[in-house]
Design a protein around this ligand. Structure first.
Ligand SMILES: NC(=O)c1ccc[n+]([C@@H]2O[C@H](COP(=O)([O-])OP(=O)(O)OC[C@H]3O[C@@H](n4cnc5c(N)ncnc54)[C@H](OP(=O)(O)O)[C@@H]3O)[C@@H](O)[C@H]2O)c1
Length: 353
């Protein structure tokens, strides 16, 4: 059973892992703490960027000889494969650690096996310490790898009466600058931003992650994806500027036999192949409805403005619900005030793989 020091160290490892959010994809975020034989912290590390050293290797370098006979506390099962770096399982066993405490196992078929390698080398291994927190901290990557599709968050902005545009079609801006800045911060942590062609034609958004005050672009830009069955995105649309990569996904590329629209499952599978692990669906209401009807949304983030319109487009259209018994059930997990608006986060109770 994990000691108090090991349980505390796992909490610290979760904090360390979070520092890699937004820069490690397509790799997971991982945090690691090494305790010496007396249970004192000897080294810490996290995986900072794809291709960079793994958390365990950073922590081992810091701990040096103090790792010998010590305990490694790590959020994810140490990798067992020869990728850009050598297997962490072998490095840990080679450093003479006595015990490895793991949050969750690695669902990736290429990288899993670290537990077995460590045990074969005579290292004591415990799995599942603070697993719910560890899982939550790496939810996008874990979900994506398990389902072979990106973890999809649907984000929308609406008035308190659920309108996403006024009767005359105007929609800029429903929510405050603070809420929009929050969205840009979110964009900079995902691998792709997805919109329907209806939104491109109506709003001509740029869909980059940027500072709204001075317009400067974030260092890392998500892939901009327009779901556009017939290729109606205009040549001079802002999503086609050179500020970030763009993919206009058409039915010619992603339509099933006899289908006139883009196949959304196929789209997600192709995005996964392109190393997209976390994606932000930014509407509009019709495309969001189609993704929700297919059960492909993992998380909903709604920004609600303290305004009423009484007419205009609904935030969600055609989600496949005809009667109250078929409503898409969600669970609220967070409500936060962002400037004058509310940010409400909810998780669908049923998600398809
Ligand atoms: N408040 C907000 O958060 C927010 C966010 C975004 C947009 N908006 C507003 O929403 C309005 C535009 O919404 P919209 O509903 O017309 O457009 P949309 O949801 O952005 O795009 C809908 C289009 O996506 C295409 N599509 C391709 N494959 C599809 C599939 N499998 N299922 C469904 N659609 C597919 C369809 O056109 P094709 O068949 O031609 O491909 C469809 O007409 C604008 O007024 C905009 O301001 C509001």
């Amino acid at each position: 059973m994990a000691s108090q020091a090991e349980i505390a160290a796992m909490g610290r490892a979760v904090e360390l892992a979070a520092r890699g959010l937004g820069t490690t994809s397509p790799n997971p975020v991982v945090g690691c703490v090494i305790l010496d034989a007396e249970g004192r912290v000897a080294g810490e590390g996290f995986h900072a960027y794809a291709g960079g050293p793994h958390a365990e290797i950073v922590a081992l370098a810091q701990a040096g000889e103090r790792a010998r006979s010590g305990t490694v506390v790590v959020t994810l099962e140490p990798c067992d494969h020869h990728g850009k770096t050598g297997p962490c399982s072998v490095a840990l066993a080679g450093a003479g650690v006595a015990r490895v405490v793991i949050g969750v196992t690695d669902p990736h078929t290429h990288a899993a096996g670290g537990v077995d390698t460590l045990r074969t080398a005579g290292v004591d291994v415990e799995v599942g310490v603070r697993a719910p927190e560890v899982e939550a901290g790496n939810i996008a990557w874990l979900t994506a790898v398990r389902r072979h599709r990106p973890y999809l968050t649907w984000k929308y902005a609406a008035t308190l009466d659920g309108r996403s545009a006024a009767a005359d079609g105007t929609s800029m801006w429903i929510t405050s600058e603070a809420a929009r800045m929050d969205v840009h911060a979110h964009r900079s942590t995902v691998d792709a931003v997805i919109v329907g062609v209806g939104t491109v034609l109506a709003d001509n958004p740029q869909l980059t992650a940027r500072n709204l005050r001075d317009g400067s672009l974030a260092i890392r830009q998500p892939l901009r994806v327009v779901v556009d069955s017939e290729g109606r995105t205009p040549p001079d649309a802002r999503v086609r500027d050179g500020a970030a990569p763009t993919w206009v996904a058409t039915a010619a590329e992603l339509g099933g036999a006899g289908e006139t629209q883009v196949d959304l499952r196929w789209l997600l599978a192709r995005l996964y192949e392109r190393d997209v692990r976390a994606a932000l669906l930014e509407g509009g209401p019709r495309l969001a409805g189609a993704f929700l009807a297919a059960g492909l949304v993992d998380k909903v983030v709604g920004y609600l403005a303290p305004r009423l319109l009484g007419a205009g487009s609904a935030a969600l259209v055609d989600a496949g619900v005809g009667t109250i018994a078929d409503a898409i059930e969600l669970e609220f997990v967070d409500v936060t005030r962002v400037g004058p608006d509310l940010r409400v986060i909810a998780l669908p109770r049923k998600v398809e793989s």
